[in-house]
Design a protein around this ligand. Structure first.
Ligand code: PDD
Length: 292
């Protein structure tokens, strides 16, 4: 079912009427930025972190954002309320605007702002309980992976390759090092230490930051350092984090089992800690899930 109303350029309009001109630069060039923000029990989780990242993406591409954080918060609240979404997510996109096609852009464009709310977004119970499969793929993306742009074709192709292989996620490998997933950050547990790629040409995941915080508070040894992909063969656990994935265990990579082939104890602690943060910050009653 499509959402009832969509936010488009300052108004709430019926889904069918929410259309964008064919020369929108988001359509022509992927000249646009986006965020995906979860809500639990009608309250956004880490909204401010997402809006801060949206501002950073906008600044990187020199796209002027039309709203301040308070205005974004108010309109996104209204969007989920009007659509009756309590547990779900909002997709926010800001493109540079509409102009006759030319690579360089003219001054004074009005950005196109779209926000769409949908219910759902929680990973399937089976994925949480049994873990998920992943494949590795070459990271052939550009040098600005920290900018959350809609230019996602490498991610889309890799995710499709994963889906064809019966896997949930594709993990990017750049120069022999594991960077991140197509729509998630990745953690590896080896010799009891939790590793994740440092914030260098990866997306600074909001969920990644929560997981690191939970891990440090739990007293786990944490290292933000590059992870050789060959470590995956010896990894005790591999864990994904992301707005849609929340926290998930990877139990098979490229057809080889990870650790014991089932979600491990570090995953259980991190997922439990993540859900505890969600509950504390949104007031929502969330299912603790296995291991909690
Ligand atoms: N993707 N890495 C990439 C490349 C991503 O696209 C995402 C999120 C993440 C995780 O970031 P966060 O924890 O802030 O969601 C990491 C969103 C959900 C998407 O493209 O749908």
């Amino acid at each position: 079912m499509p959402p009832e109303v969509v936010f488009l350029n300052g108004s709430f309009v019926p889904y069918e009427q929410a259309v964008v001109p064919v020369e929108d630069r988001g359509f022509l060039f992927a000249d646009a930025i986006y965020e995906v923000i979860r809500c639990y029990g009608g309250r956004f989780f880490r909204l401010d972190d997402h809006l801060e990242r949206l501002e950073q993406s906008a600044a990187a591409l020199d796209i002027p954002l039309p709203y301040d954080r308070a205005r974004w918060a108010a309109l996104l609240d209204e969007l989920i309320r009007r659509n009756g979404v309590r547990d779900g997510s909002v997709y926010v996109q800001v493109s540079r605007g509409v102009a006759p096609r030319s690579h360089a852009w003219p001054q004074g464009l009005q950005p196109t702002v779209v926000a769409i709310a949908r219910p759902g977004g929680t990973p399937p119970a089976e994925a949480v309980e049994r873990g998920v499969k992943a494949i590795t793929v070459p990271d052939n993306r550009w040098g600005l992976c920290w900018v959350k742009t809609t230019g996602l074709l490498p991610n889309v192709l890799a995710k499709q390759q994963a889906a064809r292989a019966g896997a949930y996620e594709a993990l990017f490998v750049r120069d022999g090092l594991l960077t991140e997933g197509t729509s998630s950050n990745v953690f590896v547990v080896l010799d009891g230490i939790l590793y994740t790629h440092p914030l260098a040409n990866i997306l600074p995941g909001v969920t990644r930051a929560v997981v690191l915080d939970v891990a440090r508070q739990a007293g786990l040894a944490v290292r933000e350092q590059a992870i050789p992909a060959v470590w995956l063969e010896r990894a005790e656990e591999v864990i994904l984090s992301g707005t849609n994935s929340e926290v998930l265990a990877v139990v098979e990579i490229d057809g080889r089992p990870v650790g014991g082939g089932r979600p491990g104890p570090v995953f259980a602690r991190l997922r439990e800690g993540y859900l505890a943060r969600v509950a504390a910050e949104t007031g929502a009653a969330v299912e603790p899930g296995p291991g909690a």
